[in-house]
Design a protein around this ligand. Structure first.
Ligand code: DGJ
Length: 563
């Protein structure tokens, strides 16, 4: 469908949408809720875990999307991240083409998945490559950022007000169309821009930018960065010294993206996030210094400027890491830094199958969603039949969703209630203990139960434990063994006098009494309409050495007692 305010055809099309809308029951608006620093994404009014994948995004319209379903179905996704391109959406000023959006909506509904559109507009990986041609051909008006030497770089200026106004209008039109065309709430969240920032320069040195750089730092930024200052109303340089350029750029870009988000939210208030091209959180790095060994994109929501983004772009609900870290320690550090009291963890992009186990670590950080992406992964999510080679590539991700998909609503609810812990195997760490009040869940990797845990041949283990009741737990995972050890009362735990037993059955000496774990009931099953339905009971060999999980999707409900 095309919207052009002048043409009667548009009127007819709008009437069609209105008629369709009248027939379609309206679902509750997807929204983010927070309680005690924990978040849930409510879809159809209940907590929802986005088990997503991002489709290859460089040039996909309109046809490729339809061919991707074999791969997406093999992945067991319930959500698909897919780009909407500004240059396709607004080929002529104020003429909005919704054909791609409508195709995405109908395809997603046919395949019973939800959508997270990625608004590729002013920024895509730091550059303006998805801006409409009529803007690219008018760089005077829709200006680029300038580097220190006054050279234009391949990045839009956050001070180009004409670009900002155009992006706000186009995004508002896009959100307006969703509001009209999607009462089913197929779209549950929207990404505003893509990895905004600047790879080619630490900041914009254009005249408008320089003027703002020499002006006092906005008080809300000083407050957010807890920056005391020698002078009242300090300039960026006075307040932040060597970090001034980068912090200024983060403010400039965040303010811009925040205004675009606000313009869209004013029309249709779906949850919105911005995604970050990360720096390595364990190293300082060099922002916007092309050629520097650890150059990273300057101005995006990297971990060191999240406070600036939160203050400068309040319309954004989430700042989300594109986690491609290859070093496991850095990969996990990212989750720690982005999971904040004011920021739920959403992972819009990640890659490399050896990181697939860390989906469980993300759940351990109460992630509201997770999405391996087609961008940076050897196999990419191409529209081909799922060949053997592809299975090997896709399976590490697909097996996570195969397991969690059927129970994702419960997982999202239990995480929101703070009852869930989840972990993944780390090199050289053979056991992990998860405290649940009077019980510790003990996860071990590469253990037969009889011999001490020695880790899996390669670190593939992952486990999830959720407390359903004082002595009842939901347990699942892959390539691990889970058992439970009595942990005493809070007072007894605080005494620090508890001695852990070393026998086959986990036990503890608490106040001079040995307490041993016993399984009262271990049920294999799943959830149907919110109720646990068990298919069989585990006992004997299957429980004598704890609960073993291999490569098949198994969910257990476990009732414990002590003797
Ligand atoms: C991160 C970007 O967000 C993606 O769109 C893609 O370009 C990958 N990088 C790399 O392929």
């Amino acid at each position: 469908m095309k919207i052009n305010s002048a043409l009667p055809a548009a009127l007819a099309a709008i009437l069609v949408v209105a008629a369709l809308r009248a027939q379609t029951p309206e679902r509750p608006l997807p929204r983010l809720v927070e309680k005690d620093g924990r978040y849930a994404l409510l879809v159809d009014g209940a907590p929802y875990l986005a088990l997503a994948a991002q489709v290859r995004n460089s040039s996909a319209w309109p046809s490729i999307f339809q061919k991707l379903w074999p791969t997406l179905e093999y992945m067991n996704v319930n959500t698909v991240e897919v780009p909407v391109y500004w240059n396709q959406f607004e080929p002529q000023p104020r003429q909005y083409d919704c054909t791609l959006v409508d195709m995405l909506l109908s395809e997603a509904r046919q395949h019973n998945v939800r959508l997270v559109p990625l608004w590729f507009a002013t920024w895509k990986n730091g550059s303006q490559h998805f801006m409409p041609d009529w803007m690219k051909l008018d760089p005077g008006r829709y200006s680029h950022a300038l580097d220190k030497t006054g050279q234009a770089v391949d990045s839009p200026s956050p001070f180009a007000t004409a670009s900002l106004e155009a992006d706000k209008s186009a995004f508002a039109a896009f959100m307006g169309h969703l509001k009209e065309a999607d009462p089913q709430r197929t779209v549950i969240m929207v990404q505003v821009e893509n990895e905004p920032g600047n790879w080619g320069s630490v900041r914009d040195f254009s005249e408008a930018a320089q003027k703002a750089f020499e002006a006092p730092v906005p008080p809300e930024i000083l407050k957010a960065m807890r920056a005391g200052a020698a002078a009242p109303a300090p300039t960026w340089q006075e307040a932040f010294g060597p970090d001034a350029d980068e912090y200024f750029n983060a403010w400039s870009v965040a303010r811009y993206v925040g205004q675009v988000a606000a313009a869209g939210k004013a029309v249709y208030p779906l949850p919105m996030y911005a995604n970050a091209a990360l720096r390595n959180p364990l190293r300082k790095g060099s922002p916007g210094q092309p050629g520097a060994p650890d150059n990273y994109e300057s101005g995006g929501p990297t971990d060191n400027v999240l406070d600036i983004w939160k203050a400068a772009a309040p319309a954004l609900d989430v700042l989300a890491p594109d986690n491609y870290q290859t070093d496991p320690a850095a990969y996990l550090k990212v989750f720690e830094l982005y999971h904040r009291r004011d920021n739920p963890l959403y992972v819009p992009e990640t890659g490399r199958p050896y990181n697939a186990r860390f989906f469980f670590s993300a759940l351990g950080h109460q992630a509201i969603g997770f999405s391996p992406s087609g961008g940076n992964t050897e196999g990419e999510f191409k529209p081909t039949e799922v060949s053997k080679a592809r299975e090997d590539f896709l399976n590490p991700w697909a097996m996570n969703y195969r397991l969690i998909g059927p129970i994702q609503r419960e997982i999202a609810r239990l995480n929101f209630e703070g009852r869930l812990q989840a972990v993944a195997e780390e090199q050289g760490k053979f056991t992990q203990s998860l405290p649940f009040g009077s019980w510790n869940a003990v996860v071990s990797y590469g253990s037969s139960g009889r011999a001490p845990a020695a880790g899996n041949p390669s670190p593939t283990g992952r486990a999830l434990v959720a407390q359903l009741d004082d002595n009842q737990f939901l347990v699942t995972g892959y390539y691990c063994r889970v058992d439970f050890r009595p942990a005493g009362t809070e007072k007894q735990r605080k005494s620090g006098k508890i001695v852990e037993g070393t026998g086959q059955t986990p036990s503890a000496l608490i106040d001079g009494q040995w307490q041993h774990r016993q399984f009262l009931r271990v049920e294999e099953g799943t959830y149907e309409n919110g109720a646990f339905k068990y298919s069989r009971i585990w006992n004997g060999d299957e429980t004598d050495w704890g609960l073993k999980f291999a490569d098949e999707p198994v969910v257990l409900r476990v009732l414990l007692a002590t003797y």
